[in-house]
Design a protein around this ligand. Structure first.
Ligand code: ME8
Length: 474
């Protein structure tokens, strides 16, 4: 059986999860479910990134120890996974000393042994929102544009990783698509960035400044940079440094799903670290845009967040999954508003899909059992549409794959209108048979996107259940 390893970023549990986190979760889940359906042995990983300044500050603000704080907050991200019906196989926490730390320590040792680590006095502007040193020219009015915050001036001696040494190799891997960045615009952005040269990066902080993290192996006075710690989750979770066999089974990752804000970390620093440690590189990096609200990136720091638990509670898991996958273009930004959400829900789920299933059930009710195969023309149409949807999914174009499924719904609606089975009794068996086949095919096509709905469609058709699939919203 061929393997497939898919990951989400590990989220900072600095405050409650919001709809932006839900988005990456859901797209990674669709990929995982789709690949399982295709017969792959899938490992789907998510988790939380629990060290660093940001967490240290937030814990302090909440009057808790970092340990207490992350235990409570990380659970909320796990709960979000449950609310979204994620099929993840694991949830890694970077504070897990047994499962995560050995992998981080091993990759550090490999990088050090390669001669790629050196100590240097350094002065720079640190944004704890990004957990990164910023260049003067990246600031707007002296502030980090993503976090609306002035970075802190930091001056100390720490360890540096010779990232510059790997610039050409990283460039080549991305150009040749050995590390394939989708979409093309993401690839271009990174090649453009690499084209300007690459600096070495600071990869540790003094323990007096930052105590909440993993100590540098062999130097207790320094704490590893949170990104080096975090990126290693992708190998630590599958056994790097503690279970070689399992690690070999899953690595390299088939796809890392990331928001565009963290593409550079994944396509430059992470690839550099892996090259230095002599490890294979991930095959794909799937970059998505941001969910905006009030025209700005939805973010905890900006404070314009939508609570995913609330909308799941109000509208149901699959309606939320559907909205995210359909309304947010796979590679661009997309806005969330409750008004738009309701419009989509009513038009596509209640009137579109729901109505087709209700009509099919109502028509099927008149016939005892229908076991024959569908007509050839219908089978051909369904096959074509399914193929189209699958090819969109292979390219991670989720909204377009759903568009194909809705093409089938519109086709079935037209078919009913044309055939008018309620008028021509003798033809109605054929029409119902075809509609049942279409409904079953829709259930299958939609299963990676809306797993519960897919099951409910099957049940409704089998049991001729009349209740609506998606009751209309006011
Ligand atoms: O960056 N729209 O964690 P984070 C869409 N811990 N996606 C969004 C989003 C939005 N408005 N806001 C967040 C970190 N995301 C690091 C990652 S990985 C080794 C370490 C999603 O909690 C998106 O995937 O800030 C983004 O990349 C991720 O959450 C960042 O989450």
């Amino acid at each position: 059986m061929r393997k497939f390893y898919v990951t989400t970023p590990i989220y900072y549990p600095s405050s409650n999860p919001h709809l932006g986190h839900a988005y990456t979760d859901v797209i990674a889940d669709v990929i995982a479910r789709f690949k399982r359906k295709e017969g792959f042995d899938v490992f789907f990983l998510t988790g939380t990134d629990e060290h660093g300044f940001k967490i240290q500050e937030h814990a302090k603000g909440a009057g808790k120890t970092p340990r207490q704080f992350v235990n409570e907050m990380s659970e909320r991200f796990e709960k979000l996974g449950e609310a979204l019906n994620l099929s993840n196989d694991d949830f890694i926490r970077t504070t897990d000393k047994k499962r995560h730390w050995p992998g981080v320590e091993l990759i550090w040792k490999k990088i050090e042994k390669k001669g790629d680590v050196y100590k240097k006095k350094y002065k720079g502007l640190y944004c704890s929102g990004c957990e990164v040193f910023k260049k003067e020219k990246e600031l707007v009015d002296g502030k980090c544009p993503d976090h609306d915050k002035e970075p802190e001036l930091v001056e100390e001696e720490n360890y540096f990783f010779k990232l510059s040494k790997y610039r050409e190799k990283i460039e080549e891997l991305i150009k040749k698509e050995e590390v394939k960045i989708a979409p093309e615009s993401g690839k271009k952005e990174i090649l453009n960035f690499l084209g300007k040269g690459l600096d070495d990066v600071s990869v540790s902080r003094s323990v007096e400044k930052l105590s909440w993290g993993i100590p540098v192996p062999g130097d207790e006075k320094q704490i590893l940079y949170v990104w080096l710690d975090a990126l290693s989750n992708y190998i630590s979770a599958i056994g790097y440094g503690r279970d070689e066999e399992n690690f070999k089974k899953w690595w390299p990752a088939d796809v890392h799903c990331v928001g565009k804000d963290i593409l550079r970390f994944h396509s430059v620093i992470w690839i550099g670290m892996l090259l230095s440690a002599g490890l294979e590189v991930p095959k794909n990096i799937l970059v998505h845009g941001h969910i905006t609200s009030e025209g700005r990136k939805m973010s905890k720091t900006i404070g314009n967040v939508v609570d995913p638990f609330e909308i799941v509670k109000e509208y149901g898991t699959d309606a939320v999954r559907y909205y995210l996958l359909r309304e947010i273009p796979a590679f661009g930004d997309g806005d969330f508003s409750e008004k738009k959400f309701k419009e989509r829900y009513n038009a596509d789920l209640a009137d579109g899909l729901g109505n087709l299933i209700s009509r099919t059930v109502a028509l099927a009710g008149k016939h005892e059992s229908i076991k024959e195969l569908p007509g050839e023309d219908i089978e051909k149409k369904v096959r074509e549409i399914k193929k189209e949807a699958e090819s969109f999914l292979e390219k991670f174009k989720f909204n377009e794959a759903l568009g194909s499924a809705w093409k089938l719904i519109h086709f079935a609606d037209r078919y009913i209108e044309e055939k008018k089975p309620w008028e021509k009794k003798e033809e109605s068996v054929t029409v119902v048979k075809n509609l049942i086949y279409i409904s079953a095919s829709l259930s299958e096509m939609l299963s990676p996107f809306m797993p519960e709905t897919a099951e409910r469609i099957k049940k409704k058709i089998q049991k001729k259940e009349k209740s609506p699939l998606f009751p209309k919203l006011k």
